[in-house]
Design a protein around this ligand. Sequence first.
Ligand code: XIL
Length: 325
Amino acid sequence: DKEEDNIRLKAKFDIGAAVTNRELSSAQYANTLRTHYSQITAEFEMKMAHIWKGENNYDWAAADEMVNFAQTNNMKVHGHTLVWYSSFPNWFKSANYDSAAFESRVKTYIERVVQRYKGKVVSWDVANEIFNDNGTLRSENCPVYQTFRDPIAFYGRCFAYARAIDPDAKLFYNDYNVVLASGKRGAMRQLVNRFQADGYPIDGLGDQFHYMVSTNRNTIRNGLTDMAGSGLLIHISELDIRVNVNREDDYVYLPSEQAKHAEAYRDIVSFYESIPQNQKFAITTWGVADNGTWLRDWWHPKEYPLLFDDSFQKKRAYNGFLEGL
Ligand code: XIL
């Protein structure tokens, strides 16, 4: 590929993809990844429940495999995610620890994981999805909320535990709907202010960007500009754009639909380009080819949200992404 035909070569920031070890075993997949991306995120292999099998029982096999692939291929790894309500292991939740016991265990977990991948995982989502869209703290099913009187201070200490082990790793707070929900952005800004006032480290903010072709573009642009007002690194961390917005069983991804899809990618990438250069971190797509997307389970089997088709051919969406750069 020439520079103007390849998103990795053309971009002045990292191009990431969520990957799974299962997919990595396909040569075609691995080649596509190496050619077009400079950074990977484990789609699930580095989440707490996948690593932390018991208090002193860590299963590193899958995460190691992924990190080794990145090392061999000169790619960066973005770690996802240290603390996420949805990935506390069952053994941990059923122990019903008090706040001191809870924190000492999570501290050890963070230390062991960050230590193992120090210098190899160059950035971490330390906390993921702690707020509701209206800016209140997520309470339902959230072990942290249910345990701590001041959850934000607990998260601040988690960032500090990670920083103490690997001072070079960039530390992110990650959430979804950030550019759409001003309440959530306000809460994130308050979190940043509080961390900075209290001396807790934070380097960046991520918005997952699971959006649709129909998502209002001005809202996205204004929200992104507002996020960048934090002065921190900004990560589009899980980008996919749904085309089958009404979950139609007879949906067809016609050329006209593909063209709209390409425009959505172009616009999002160009909005990202317009934030200050020193705040650009990466755009990460949540998958590589449509056949691997989580949205075919979670949203609708007829969904085509990514940059490559089921046979790893570049889609018009890929060219839209290129045009936005
Ligand atoms: C999803 C993965 O894509 C699935 O394979 C897994 O089963 C569940 O998690 N927000 C996040 C990601 O931060 O970790 C989620 O990933 C998608 C939503």
